[in-house]
Design a protein around this ligand. Structure first.
Ligand SMILES: [Cu+2]
Length: 123
């Protein structure tokens, strides 16, 4: 088990122990570029995600995979220095097709937020 996996498991456990009455204010994805289910004519060079709140700089992850599950991002996820709610990663030259973006961030309230969406590059 990788160390990061153990840390995530611990965080999940902590989150589970928290009272259900706790006011939850974890970050949610509010915008992306390309947008969810968007069909773009030009292949994007970069994938941008915006959350409603700044997210922690640690443990953020953003992966883009093609329809065969092959990873096409450059493993270079970064957080905007001035806007902590904005993360981005660059992608290699994308051929026409449908791509899935998967993300995982840790909210300020320590909750892990994961999600995915697709976009399509038109021929
Ligand atoms: Cu939360």
């Amino acid at each position: 088990m990788r160390k990061s996996t153990i840390i995530f498991s611990s965080l999940l456990l902590l989150a589970g122990l928290a009272s259900p009455m706790t006011v939850c204010a974890h970050a949610i994805l509010v915008k992306s570029q390309p947008a969810k289910d968007e069909e773009v004519k030009e292949a994007p060079k970069q994938i941008d995600l915006w959350f409603n709140d700044p997210v922690r700089s640690q443990y953020k992850a953003l992966a883009v995979v093609d329809s065969e599950g092959k990873r096409v991002d450059n493993h270079d996820v970064e957080q905007d220095m001035l806007d902590g709610s904005h993360i981005h990663a660059t992608v290699s030259d994308l051929a026409p097709g449908t791509y899935t973006v998967r993300y995982r961030v840790v909210s300020e309230d320590t909750h892990i937020v994961t999600g995915k969406f697709q976009f399509t590059v038109k021929p």
